[in-house]
Design a protein around this ligand. Sequence first.
Ligand code: FAD
Length: 278
Amino acid sequence: MFLRMQAFERPTDLAEALRLLARPGYRPLGGGTAAVGPVDAETAGLVDLSGLGLQYSRMEHDGLVLGAMMTLGDLLGLPELLLIGGGVLGKAVERTGPPTLLNRATMGGSLVGGAPDLATALLALGAQVTLARLDAAGQVVCEMSDLERYEAEPATLIESVRIPVKPVLTGYERVARTPRDLPAVAVVAAMEQDGQFVQNVRIAAYGLAPAPIRLKAAEEELEDAAPIEAVIQRAAEAAAAMVTPPADLRGSSEYRRHLARVLTRRAVEAAAGRMGRM
Ligand SMILES: Cc1cc2nc3c(=O)[nH]c(=O)nc-3n(C[C@H](O)[C@H](O)[C@H](O)COP(=O)(O)OP(=O)(O)OC[C@H]3O[C@@H](n4cnc5c(N)ncnc54)[C@H](O)[C@@H]3O)c2cc1C
C-alpha cells in the first residue's frame, strides 16, 4: 500500500524512464507483485516499465539475453531454458512461486524484489546484468554479486540479463520449512568437465549471508580436481568454515552452517554425478 504516491508514469523510451527515476521518491515498476502487502511511505511516483520494449529474449552466440520485463512465466516457456545447466534455471524459477505469481513477476523486479532461488542459480551460472543509467557512465554491465551496489543508486534500472549457454554440470539443493517457503539455505553448484577433472567451478548459496554469495573456499577445493568423495567432503567443510550465517525464523546460524556443509556436498555430488552424461 502506497501512502505518499502522487504520480504514475508509463514512458515509452528508456531515457525518459531514467529521467523520471531521477526524481526523489520515484521507483521502477515491473510486475508489481512486491507492492502487495507492505506499507510503503516513501514512494512518491511509480515508473511503469511495460512500455519500454523490454519483454524479449534472444539467443546470442554465447548466451541467452532476457529483457528485464520478461515474465518468469514466459521464461519457463522458453525451449532454450533446457540448454542452461541441465535445466537448473527452470527449476529455480519454479521455486519462485505459483503460476499466478510467475505470470506477473518480471526478471528485473525479481532480482531486486527478492527471488532467492533464481538469484542463486544466476550467480552460479555466471549471469551478467546490464544496467541502464542516466549518469555519464550510461550502460553498465555487472556480475550478479555486484548488483546490490548499483541497485540503491537513483536513475538506474535493470535492462537485461545475459546467461552464458555452455555445457555445464549442475546440482541444486535446498532446505525449506515447506516446499513453498523461501529456503533456509539453497546451494547451486555449476562446473565444467575436463576429462576426469572439473574446472570453472562456481558454487552459489542463499541463506548464509544477507544476499546470495559464492562459496569460494569450496570452489577452490574442487578447481582442476577430480570430484571424488574425499575432495567433495573437503569442499563441503570449506563451505561451512567460510560462512557466518544470519539467524531468523527459518533457521539458527548453527543450523545454517550445518546446511552449508550438507547442501554443498549434495549439490556437488549431483553435478559430478552427471560427468560423462552430457
Ligand atoms: C504472494 C507472494 C508470494 C511470493 N512467494 C515467493 C516465493 O515463494 N519465493 C520467492 O522467491 N519469491 C516469492 N515472492 C517474491 C516475488 O518473487 C517477487 O515479488 C517478484 O519476483 C518481484 O517481481 P516483480 O516484477 O513483480 O517486481 P516489482 O514488484 O515490480 O518490483 C520489485 C522491486 O524491484 C524494483 N524493480 C522492478 N523492475 C526493475 C528493473 N527493471 N530495474 C530495477 N529495479 C526494478 C521495484 O522498484 C521494486 O523495488 C512472493 C511475492 C508475493 C507477492
